[in-house]
Design a protein around this ligand. Structure first.
Ligand SMILES: Nc1ncnc2c1ncn2[C@@H]1O[C@H](COP(=O)(O)OP(=O)(O)OP(=O)(O)O)[C@@H](O)[C@H]1O
Ligand SMILES: [Mg+2]
Length: 237
């Protein structure tokens, strides 16, 4: 099966800091792939590079059969690639509904936007209740759901999720992981960045470990879970 996303020998620098070293990963259509690694390993940099939000100094990114490395972010989003950013990044003074509609900028017809809004309110009833509230007044978990729902408003083929469980209470984390599995069942391919490696590998098909900007391990999710190096580094021994 051909990969939906293919990253090959990616190099990213911030000035003198070499953040990604020849990073290669692929994600097949329909998979959840987990990318785990410690603080500063380069997880967010990889996602930003895939979205075209930071420049790359080497390597290639292919999505859905086309080379996208040189394309602007908005073009990548139109092709079906969307990021749920680290820290949620909702617009705090804008109400919930307008935050959602901002995610639908790729959709031209009002009818399509209204239909997607209705789908999101069915999946996230809390967002319907809060639709006229400024997004900044939502709880952390509600903001994470809003951030995921906003990304889904563009009807992506592939979602990049950057630490969706960060800072949330255990019950909310459970809900977020359930949502990720539901989104997969709807046919959306997922690249999931998590420090909660154990949970991420439980729902993932495959995974990669990133260490100081390099992929140091890859394999089936269960294989990685059992790997002693992964255990020591990320799963608490
Ligand atoms: N804008 C920037 N300017 C300079 N250095 C940066 C910048 N963004 C990231 N870095 C550096 O690049 C490396 C990778 O950072 P990145 O944010 O990608 O890691 P991460 O794995 O997402 O970490 P975390 O788990 O803390 O989110 C780090 O050493 C970081 O300090
Ligand atoms: Mg990060």
């Amino acid at each position: 099966m051909e990969s939906l996303l293919e990253v090959e020998d990616l190099e990213v620098y911030y000035g003198a800091i070499h953040a990604l070293h020849a990073v290669s990963i692929h994600v097949k259509a329909g998979e959840i792939v987990a990318l785990v690694g410690a603080n500063g390993a380069g997880k967010t940099s990889l996602m930003h590079a895939v979205m075209g939000q930071i420049p790359i100094s080497g390597g290639r990114i292919r999505f859905d059969g086309a080379e996208i490395s040189g394309q602007r972010t908005d073009v990548r989003v139109r092709r079906g690639l969307t990021l749920v950013p680290e820290g949620r990044r909702v617009f705090p003074r804008t109400d919930v509904e307008d935050n959602l509609l901002l995610g639908a900028w790729t959709r031209h017809s009002r009818a399509e936007r209204t239909e997607s809004l209705e789908e999101m309110y069915e999946r996230f009833p809390r967002l319907r209740e809060r639709r006229r509230q400024p997004a900044g007044t939502l709880s952390g978990g509600e903001q994470q759901m809003l951030s995921i729902a906003r990304a889904l408003m563009s009807k992506p083929n592939m979602l990049l999720l950057d630490e969706p469980s960060m800072g949330l209470a255990p019950a909310v984390v459970d809900r977020i992981f359930d949502i990720i599995e539901e989104v997969k069942r709807d046919g959306v391919t997922i690249l999931l960045v998590e420090q909660n490696a154990n949970r991420a590998l439980q729902i993932a098909d495959r995974g990669y470990c990133l260490e100081a900007g390099r992929i140091v391990m890859e394999g089936s999710a269960s294989g990685l879970r059992d790997d002693c190096r992964v255990k020591e580094a990320y799963l608490g021994g």
